[in-house]
Design a protein around this ligand. Structure first.
Ligand code: S3P
Length: 523
């Protein structure tokens, strides 16, 4: 049998500990496959990076290959190499038009895989986001003993192991760039009598994990290793009978809340999470859908109190993943700023805890209409029609931040094209995302001729109705910086260039061809 080692930034000399013949290459998966025609393509571990996969066709080819067995596993992991950047330039484009479905929601995709793996029986998922972040979570579920299979385009099946049923993984769990995958799985592992090593890429290794480890330790999990602030890599030792706790989250974070609730599945009694600002509630909605005993109530003006009774069983379900509003944000803002645009986006999730950007853009004068409003498994969705609009500056209140926390970068682009000042308040959490997005947003605007100021945790953008452009934007391993800057270039006076588009594959693998398909000029 022959194993193929595709590029994926695997250091040369990396070995696959199975096949008779190993093909080692530094080229992309596509050329590897071509080079290796005539060999049986065995598989590549899902935990291996596939950052150089350039097209959906390639991704699908990879995904349809036989899944890795423990023997095929590539034992080394490394981050994308700095010399492997894929820059791109966006320039002023004609009207953006058409009907396009953006990929499945990232938050829901992670949760569907994790709850499927913790459930008893079969979970069928359609519309799963097949981006790197989610595929890493799929790999982790497999490494923890669940059976996870791709059955068609965006269609997956998971056969779960039951609450507390994860098996000890034979190698570190690698979450790549994904804070959500990593933190949610920490919660799920905490309730199992196993030890697991958590790791990720350089961006994830720089992000604080203490916010999740603190409550998990209170519940009885044990942590070893880890840098300052609980930085990866670290080892988490779970336990079957965790203590149910009442936990007030220190910041509005669905990741912290979800980690505690997933751990609470294994605790006898009621685990309660209180948040003073409500964060996205997909975990609560999906847990209820899978049969958990969970209730949620208003707490104060903007908060929620969620109570989960542990040690019940979850049962496998059928999950339809709606289109991701955080991904839709990019074509939406593009359509608003590119003259003459008229774009339709079907099936976009409209959970009110995710739609702060839509509210804000409408306040700015953006025309975004909803039709075909419906719901699935407690998650509402609608078809959005967006038309080019004259935008004006607005003030965005801090309490709206949790409902649009991933959208400030692209909102700042819209603010640059608006007439007047836009003030975005309460953005402290942006500092601990895939990059320091507060500084990165300001840098992206300034290098393209837009005046802005960071004042404490607020960002103030001076909109002049047009953006000079002409800047080269540093993406800092952050998919949303890359996509926001490319959107900016579609309507700016001079083109906007980004230094690296590779990380777009974490959340929106088809972004570039999809945008080209509606009229975006990238080169
Ligand atoms: C997410 C929660 C948010 C968000 C992230 C996805 C989730 O993070 O930024 O992209 O799916 O739970 P925080 O919970 O840290 O705010």
């Amino acid at each position: 049998m022959t194993a193929v080692v595709a590029d994926f930034d695997v250091p040369s000399g990396t070995a696959v500990n199975s096949g008779a013949a190993n093909v080692k290459s530094k080229t992309t998966l596509e050329s590897n496959i071509c080079q290796c025609l005539g060999f049986e393509f065995l598989s590549v571990s899902p935990r291996v990076r596939y950052g150089n996969i350039k097209s959906r066709a390639t991704l699908e080819l990879w995904m349809s290959c036989k899944q890795a067995t423990s023997e095929d596993r590539i034992l080394a992991h490394s981050d994308r190499r700095a010399d492997h950047k894929t820059p791109l330039e966006a320039r002023v484009s004609g009207p953006l038009a058409g009907k396009v479905r953006v990929p499945g929601d990232k938050s829901i995709s992670h949760r569907a895989l994790i709850l499927g793996a913790l459930a008893v029986g079969e979970t069928r998922i359609s519309g799963l986001l097949e981006g790197e972040d989610v595929l890493n979570t799929a790999g982790a579920m497999r490494d923890l003993g669940a059976k996870v299979e791709r059955t068609g385009n965006f269609a997956w099946k998971v056969w779960g192991v039951g609450v507390s049923g994860f098996a000890e993984p034979g190698a570190p769990l690698d979450f790549g760039n994904s804070g959500t995958g990593c933190r949610l799985v920490m919660g799920a592992v905490a309730g199992c009598p196993i030890t697991a090593i958590f790791d990720g890429d350089a961006s994830l290794r720089a992000r604080p994990m203490r916010r999740v480890l603190d409550p998990l330790e209170l519940m009885g999990a044990r942590v070893a290793g880890g840098g300052e602030g609980g930085r990866l890599p670290l080892t988490l030792k779970g336990a079957r009978d965790l203590l149910p706790i009442t936990y007030r989250t220190p910041v509005a974070s669905a990741q912290i809340k979800s980690a505690v609730l997933l751990a609470g599945l294994a605790a006898p009694g009621v685990t309660t999470v209180i948040e003073s600002e409500a964060s996205r509630d997909h975990t609560e909605l999906m847990l209820r859908f899978f049969g958990a005993d969970i209730v949620s109530a208003q707490e104060g003006k903007h908060g929620r109190k969620i109570a989960l009774t542990g040690q019940g069983e979850l049962h496998g379900e059928e999950v339809m993943v709606p289109a991701d509003p955080s991904s839709a944000a990019f074509p939406i803002v593009a359509a608003l700023i590119v003259e003459g645009s008229d774009l339709v986006l079907p099936d976009v999730m409209t959970n009110p805890l995710r739609t702060g950007l839509f509210t804000t853009l409408r306040e700015m004068g953006g025309v975004i209409e909803e039709s075909n409003v419906r719901g699935d498994a407690g998650e509402p969705m609608a078809e959005l029609r967006v038309r080019a609009s004259k935008l004006r500056g607005v003030e965005v209140p801090p309490e709206r931040a949790p409902s649009m926390i991933d959208e400030y970068l692209v909102l700042a682009v819209a603010a640059g094209f608006a007439e007047g000042t836009t003030i975005m308040r309460g953005l402290q959490e942006l500092r601990v995302k895939e990059s320091d997005r507060l500084e990165a947003t300001a840098a992206m605007l300034r290098i393209n001729g837009v005046s802005c100021e960071i004042s404490g945790d607020d960002l103030i953008v001076e909109g002049k109705g047009h953006v000079p452009g002409g800047g080269l934007v540093a993406t800092h391993m952050d998919h949303r910086i890359a996509m926001s800057a490319l959107v900016m270039g579609l309507a700016s006076d001079k083109p906007v260039k980004v230094d690296d588009t590779a990380f777009i594959a974490t959340s929106f693998p088809d972004f570039i061809p999809m945008m080209r398909g509606i009229g975006a000029e990238f080169s």
